[in-house]
Ligand binder design. Structure first.
Ligand SMILES: Nc1ncnc2c1ncn2[C@@H]1O[C@H](COP(=O)(O)OP(=O)(O)OP(=O)(O)O)[C@@H](O)[C@H]1O
Length: 249
């Protein structure tokens, strides 16, 4: 199974350093890892650095990968090409880096991605005509269709209604386990992080301030220190941790 380890990672835009010395324990396939932290903490920059869109110090060590392109990345804002249908855009994402010699298994993967995400009905729609939430689901399909071993998702639920948020996070959790895929997702909803993720990395001002099992990381103390809110965590009748935010301080 795939393992991703970050060692002393840094990244800058021009002369402005954004990420410093990000070092994690090995993050193993089969898990969902949350990247948490306030606005401008460096979450998107971390995804760009891991995916190789930004240079910088340190290393991204990927072990156990078997595919030619093991990592797929869904940016926070996905581009829109109004000329393509949803089906075509997902097929194009599938064909990345290869000549357009479409094989039956490529079409099957597109069908599977649309089906997994419950967006088969959008297939013939022009991508430019979609709502923000629909477009975000298509962005997830474009990443998933690559059948990656590491899936990087930058705020994949930010435009989704509550039903779709729960649906997408449940699907990602199941697919991580079924496929041995490592899913790394930036999330602002810490309740969702508690419910759907196994591990959490917390960034603040470009440094990693905590990292470990999500329930051990997301604590009232961390919420106060990093997010400047008072909060408590209680168990619901089903035993799941629930975040109750009291106030901003
Ligand atoms: N292309 C860029 N050029 C210069 N500075 C940038 C660029 N992109 C981001 N930054 C800066 O880097 C810092 C981290 O931004 P980043 O987008 O990584 O934060 P984030 O944690 O993803 O924030 P958010 O939760 O608001 O999406 C911010 O100060 C931001 O202004």
């Amino acid at each position: 199974m795939v393992t991703l380890t970050l060692d002393g990672l840094s990244a800058s835009y021009g002369r402005r350093r954004i990420l410093s010395e990000i070092t994690t324990p090995p993050l193993e396939g089969g898990q969902v890892v949350a990247v948490l932290g306030p606005n401008a903490a460096g979450k998107s920059t971390l995804f760009r650095r891991i995916f190789g869109l930004l240079d910088g110090g340190g290393t991204v060590c990927l072990e156990g990968a078997t595919r030619e392109r093991p990592v797929a990345y869904m940016p926070q804002e996905t581009g829109v090409n109004a000329v393509l249908t949803v089906y075509e855009s997902v097929l194009l994402a599938r064909m990345q880096g290869r000549r357009l010699n479409v094989k039956p298994e490529d079409l099957a993967e597109v069908d599977r991605a649309l089906d997994e995400l419950g967006i088969v009905a959008l297939g013939e729609r022009d991508i430019g005509d979609l709502s923000g939430g629909q477009r975000q689901m298509v962005g997830a399909a474009q990443a998933l269709v690559q059948n990656p071993e590491v899936l990087l998702l930058d705020e994949p639920t930010s435009a989704l209604d509550l039903h779709r948020q729960i649906q997408l996070l449940s699907i990602l959790r199941r697919l991580a386990k079924e496929r041995g895929m490592l899913v790394i997702a930036a999330l602002h909803d810490l309740g969702h992080a508690l419910r759907f993720t196994d591990q959490a990395l917390v960034l603040q001002n470009g440094t990693l301030v905590n990292c470990g099992p999500t329930e051990e990381v997301v604590t009232p103390e961390l919420l106060y220190r990093v997010y400047h809110v008072t909060a408590r965590i209680e168990r619901c009748s089903k035993g799941r941790p629930q975040l109750i935010v009291e106030e901003a301080v």
